[in-house]
Write a protein that binds this ligand. Structure first.
Ligand SMILES: Cc1cc2nc3c(=O)[nH]c(=O)nc-3n(C[C@H](O)[C@H](O)[C@H](O)COP(=O)(O)OP(=O)(O)OC[C@H]3O[C@@H](n4cnc5c(N)ncnc54)[C@H](O)[C@@H]3O)c2cc1C
Length: 451
């Protein structure tokens, strides 16, 4: 036993670890960023692409976390996030009740009949239709599994990556724990899509992890879904009553009080199901905090459902349908990259020649404001053989909050996957990659870069 600064340590014996597999591109973490990165790598890579995930399904927060709203893909009349994102949606649209949301042909519509279909699903625009979808999280698991199969991607699930293999400042692969024990996978380029930066932290890359209680990203959640609702009738509550136009807001305030933390029900892909989003200020890298978040929600879920049943039209038959199988974490480690995404990159139209994604801003009806994402925000400042994508990209905290939503993570994943494959093909480090070549490749995949 060793003691250091009040903590007790044990010394583990040195060991030899078997190499389980080798590949050209290894993507760690199969959330929105990771699945997209793997697909984009497979489109461009002449060799083998491996996708590793700690859970038995793909999709991260979008499936296991029950974060089922993928909004803000367009701005004004333009679709800004397409590419692999289109393929996610097209595959889901083919499944019964796979998605709810505007059709591509309705994007930008100001027609009242069209707007009325989406008016009470606030993420799809109030005065002009914005493109986006609410997904069925279970069918999304199926669609993503079919997608990686179709691109011939090797998937290893139930593997928790717990270390990086590095030599002379270059990542050579990762270590993982599984039912087969501790093993290694070696790769020419690794993409860290764990959302928490587990790989870049283990590889010794520098990162930030600030959190303050008012920030969205300092809040964890355990989403759950309720069934037996009639969302169209529930939306009638919004206008209040003839006697009291503020009736909805007043009842709504009681909801978070009943829960003991901040909560909000949202529409889903079906009229009879809603998802209950929540915000619980906890540290997403603490075992105790993550456990506490889940148990706070388990404890409150019956109270919340009862309050909904008793107070809102359309909720009379509400019941707990299911809980997300993973705790929701909004922010975490953020890589220190060659470049850093700041508030200066928001509401811009510079047209810089190193942009790998140009995405809409959040919110109702803003037009022509863009967020510009340069290549340097996914490239570590110092470590080689490594890229990142998803919510842990290089960014200041406030800017990250605005740019870490699912569609933006998907856009970064598409860029990271293509960049990794092109680096392998060109036998160069990701930091040396010709960004012009990357941009041409992304445009050919349907990615919007102002044209
Ligand atoms: C409650 C909540 C509500 C939200 N609401 C919305 C919303 O309405 N719309 C929206 O667009 N965004 C929303 N967000 C944000 C969005 O969900 C995330 O920013 C987005 O999912 C991040 O994608 P990602 O791929 O970077 O990470 P994640 O979705 O977190 O995926 C990371 C993946 O990596 C895996 N992983 C992690 N560590 C390891 C490891 N060591 N080894 C192996 N695998 C690992 C995880 O299991 C997971 O599959 C919300 C987030 C939360 C928590």
């Amino acid at each position: 036993m060793l003691r250091n600064e009040g903590r007790t340590y044990i010394k583990e014996p040195a060991r030899e670890t078997e190499v389980f597999d080798r590949c050209e591109v290894l993507v760690v973490g199969a959330g929105p960023a990771g699945v997209t990165a793997a697909v984009s790598a497979a489109k461009n890579c002449r060799g083998k692409v491996v996708l590793m995930e700690r859970f038995p399904y793909l999709g991260g927060m979008a499936t296991g976390g029950q974060v089922i709203a993928i909004p803000f893909l367009s701005d004004g009349d333009e679709l800004l996030i397409s590419g692999v994102m289109d393929e996610w949606i097209d595959r889901l649209r083919k499944k019964a009740n796979g998605v709810f949301g505007p059709l591509r042909s309705e994007l930008g519509s100001t027609d009242e009949t069209v707007l009325n279909k989406y008016r009470h699903h606030g993420l799809f625009g109030m005065k002009k239709v914005r493109y986006g979808v609410n997904c069925d999280p279970e069918l999304l698991k199926v669609a993503l599994a079919q997608m990686v199969r179709d691109y011939n991607i090797t998937v290893y699930c139930n593997c928790v990556v717990c270390g990086a293999v590095t030599e002379e400042g270059k990542v050579q692969g990762v270590l993982f724990e599984s039912k087969e024990g501790r093993k290694a996978i070696l790769a020419d380029v690794v993409i860290d899509c764990t959302g928490d930066g587990d790989v870049f932290a283990a590889a010794g890359a520098e990162y930030e992890m600030s959190s303050f209680s008012t920030s969205r990203s300092a809040n964890t959640a355990l989403v759950f879904r309720i069934g037996g609702v009639d969302y169209d009738r529930y939306a009638e509550n919004y206008k209040g009553t003839p006697e009291n136009p503020h009736a909805f807001d007043e009842k709504f305030a009681g909801l978070s009080k009943a829960a003991g933390f901040s909560i909000r029900p949202f529409s889903s892909n079906r009229n009879d199901i809603m998802w209950i989003n929540n915000w619980i200020p906890r540290n997403c890298m603490s075992v105790k905090d993550l456990t506490e978040t889940a148990f706070l929600v388990f404890d409150a879920a019956e109270r919340i459902t009862e309050y909904l049943r008793d107070n809102f039209i359309g909720m009379e038959n509400a019941y707990i349908l299911d809980f997300a199988s993973q705790v929701g974490t909004r922010g975490s480690r953020r890589l220190k990259g060659v470049d850093r995404f700041t508030r200066d990159n928001i509401a811009q139209r510079t047209g810089r020649d190193d942009l790998i994604a140009v995405v809409p801003t959040l919110g109702g009806n803003e037009e022509y404001a863009r967020m510009e994402m340069p290549y340097g925000i996914i490239v570590p400042e110092k470590v080689n053989g490594l890229l990142t994508a998803g919510r842990c990209f290089s960014s200041e905290e406030k800017a990250n909050e605005a740019a870490s939503w699912i569609p933006y993570c998907i856009a970064l994943g598409e860029a990271a996957g293509a960049a990794a494959a092109l680096s392998v093909n060109g036998n160069c480090e990701p930091r040396e990659l010709d960004v012009g070549l990357l941009r041409r490749t992304l445009k050919a995949q349907g990615v919007y870069l102002y044209d």
